[in-house]
Design a protein. Structure first.
Length: 248
């Protein structure tokens, strides 16, 4: 059975490691190619976009893919929408393998917003010191709020950071420790954190740090995932994959 994993997340990496050695599976991990020097997976890898809906449909057909698992980032809405459309048209089994969203706990000061433009607007007119952890592709929305100081943290150098006139860029990959996040926010005088509700443990320390320091968090909520069957546990998605083995 040929399995395509749409990846770029820790969940996709965990699934790739778990399918190694299964004689009945021929897995392929697909990455968008946006992250420099990704961790080499233990299964065959393809990198780069598919070229939209038509390109994805051609790839799935030409490669004779039997099952697709969408383990992309929770905010990779376009890729997930394309996968849902094409798998429906081709009658291919599709499941979403994702991490649980972060949940509000006592002591948090969260302001939920729908998107990046709303997040930038929520900062207000008065200058603030903002810790911006929304990924490099989302920075352009904050160019319309140049009165703020931005501490920007991304994995790779972002092109749009130059549009922020007053900023400091940190290149780092999680996981991060709570004490380090507290020290960073204190040293930078941060009074508001802007982040996406990506979930997961690797970057959750910033939320604990903000809670400890009483810092407001502008939380961009996830896009809707539609009607695709979703799993948050590795064992559950593995069972689903094996249940969809083609008949002999």
């Amino acid at each position: 059975m040929r399995l395509l994993i749409l990846g770029g997340t820790t969940e996709a990496s965990a699934l790739a490691r778990n399918v190694v050695g299964w004689a009945e599976l021929e897995p392929i991990l697909s990455l968008a190619g946006r992250t420099q020097n990704p961790i080499e997976p233990p299964i065959p890898l393809r990198s780069g976009g598919f070229g939209g809906v038509d390109g994805l449909k051609t790839y799935l057909t030409d490669e004779k893919i039997d099952v697709v698992v969408d383990a992309t980032h929770p905010f990779a809405a376009q890729m997930s929408a394309h996968a849902a459309q094409v798998c429906c048209e081709l009658n291919l089994p599709l499941a979403l393998f994702t991490r649980a969203a972060w949940r509000y706990v006592s002591g948090d000061r969260w302001l939920p917003v729908a998107d990046m433009i709303a997040a930038a607007n929520a900062l207000g007119h008065a200058p603030r010191r903002v810790f911006l952890t929304v990924g490099g592709l989302q920075l352009a929305a904050f160019a319309d709020a140049p009165q703020h100081y931005y501490l920007v943290r991304t994995i790779d150098p972002p092109d749009a950071v130059a549009a922020l006139p007053d900023h400091r860029l940190i290149l780092a990959r999680g996981p991060f420790a709570v004490d380090d996040e507290i020290a960073l926010m204190r040293d930078e005088g941060i009074d508001v954190l802007v982040t996406k509700n990506s979930g997961g443990k690797a970057t959750a320390a910033k939320l604990a740090a903000a809670r400890t320091l009483g810092i407001e968090v502008i939380m961009v909520e996830r896009p809707k995932s539609g009607d695709v069957l979703a799993f948050e546990k590795l064992d559950a998605v593995m069972k689903w994959i094996l249940d969809h083995r083609p008949a002999p």
